[in-house]
Design a protein around this ligand. Structure first.
Ligand code: UDP
Length: 197
């Protein structure tokens, strides 16, 4: 079987490399509809136990990665054997690396304004061929969301990177899944804070 089930959540047995390969194919494919990537950490798995809505959001996602050594270890106890952990930060850095060769575009949503600005600077410096299609900090009110969605859609990025924290990011992506003009959306937790240093 190519899936490990942990507390009811299905994790495909994929390495970082295989996940990248899959996302590369999604970007190159002429498809419509947003492809949602969930980096499944233990907190999300636990929340799914009592939150049916969150569970269905995770089940609908195009890819759920094993974000945490705990998830990988539990899979081994159960004989499910996930090959390795695939965190949001690993995935984002690798996507930027490939994106730098393939000139993919990214929109960054989330983190505080200083972190958002600084992380964009670091990314521009290290991955000069990546197109930064836009960015917005993650401390907005409900009434600002329509404007943010409009801005993302005008930019039409390959990747919408959502650093709002889990499971806020997953809910946000799901809420706007059918109105967002981006190929792939990923919740990446505190990755922009890490990149900004
Ligand atoms: N964040 C945000 N808006 C909010 C709450 C959090 O943009 O309303 C950002 C926060 O600044 C940080 C990230 O979301 O950059 C959350 O990181 P954390 O490591 O807490 O997320 P987790 O790894 O738990 O998903």
């Amino acid at each position: 079987d190519n899936v490990a089930k942990i507390m009811g959540i299905s994790f495909p047995k994929m390495t970082v490399e295989q996940s990248l390969q899959m996302l590369g194919e999604v970007v190159e494919r002429k498809q419509n509809g947003l492809f949602h990537v969930v980096t499944g950490n233990p907190e999300i798995v636990m929340s799914c136990q009592h939150d049916r809505e969150l569970r269905s959001i995770i089940e609908e996602a195009g890819l759920v990665t094993a974000d945490g050594i705990g998830i990988v270890m539990v899979s081994r106890l159960r004989g499910g054997h996930l090959p390795e952990r695939v965190t949001g930060c690993d995935l984002l850095l690798k996507l930027l690396e490939v994106g730098n060769r393939k000139r993919w575009s990214f929109y960054f949503l989330g983190a505080d304004e200083a972190t958002s600005r600084r992380s964009a600077e670091v990314i521009r410096e290290h991955y000069p061929n990546v197109a930064i299609a836009g960015r917005h900090h993650g401390f907005f009110g409900k009434e600002e969301e329509a404007g943010i969605v409009k801005e993302i859609n005008a930019a039409a990025p390959d990747f919408l990177i959502v650093a709002l924290g889990a499971p806020y990011a997953e809910r946000w992506i799901h809420q706007y899944k059918h109105s967002l003009n981006a190929k792939i959306a990923i919740g990446v937790g505190g990755s922009l804070d890490i990149i900004a240093g």
